[in-house]
Design a protein around this ligand. Structure first.
Ligand SMILES: [Fe+2]
Length: 185
């Protein structure tokens, strides 16, 4: 049935949902960080400091937050989550060890949590290898080499609203600090 010529259709106030930028999927973020990790000119432009981490913020796809991070030998940034953002990371140079928890933790309302046995996971990521992770992921990333710098690319969506930092003693995970974006910009 066709509409009579005199009827005016309502004009939508907002553009249709399909015209807005869609949130990037974990697979898209993983593809992006792996592509970026393979950009030898970009990766090689990051200044490296044997005394500490260095970083550069990059433009990510669909409004995601992306960092290129240089990690000196024998360093790690400690256990943390990503404040409810999902993301991906990939090794660009050197090798990384990721230790993570195969458990979904309650996000709030606790200070110390006793982890059940068998939740620890560990993986090695050499150049070109990466992984994506969900919004509840808790991990730490280490450069266990005693001689070689590691460089990695990390993407988060939405941009990190905060990061919770934890200490770990055996099976006990303890919330130590909540960091806000203004502390790492
Ligand atoms: Fe992380």
């Amino acid at each position: 049935m066709s509409l009579p010529a005199s009827v005016s259709l309502p004009v939508p106030v907002h553009p249709p949902a399909r015209a807005r930028t869609a949130a990037p999927t974990p697979a898209q973020l993983l593809a992006f960080v792996r592509r970026t990790a393979a950009d030898t000119v970009l990766v090689g432009s990051l200044p490296l400091d044997p005394q500490g981490r260095t970083w550069a913020r990059l433009d990510g796809p669909a409004g995601s937050e992306v960092w290129l991070i240089g990690r000196p030998p024998g360093t790690g940034a400690g256990w943390h989550d990503h404040g409810g953002s999902h993301g991906a990371f990939a090794t660009a140079a050197g090798a990384l060890t990721e230790q993570s928890l195969a458990a979904r933790l309650p996000t709030q309302g606790w200070k110390t949590l006793e982890l059940t046995e068998g939740v620890d996971r560990e993986r090695k990521l050499t150049p070109g290898q990466g992984r994506c992770f969900g919004e509840h992921h808790v991990h730490q990333v280490l450069n266990e080499s005693q001689s070689t710098h590691a460089i990695s690319v990390h993407a988060y969506y939405p941009p990190l609203p905060l990061m919770r930092r934890y200490s770990r003693t055996g099976g006990a995970l303890r919330l130590e600090q909540v960091e806000r974006p203004e502390e790492w910009q």
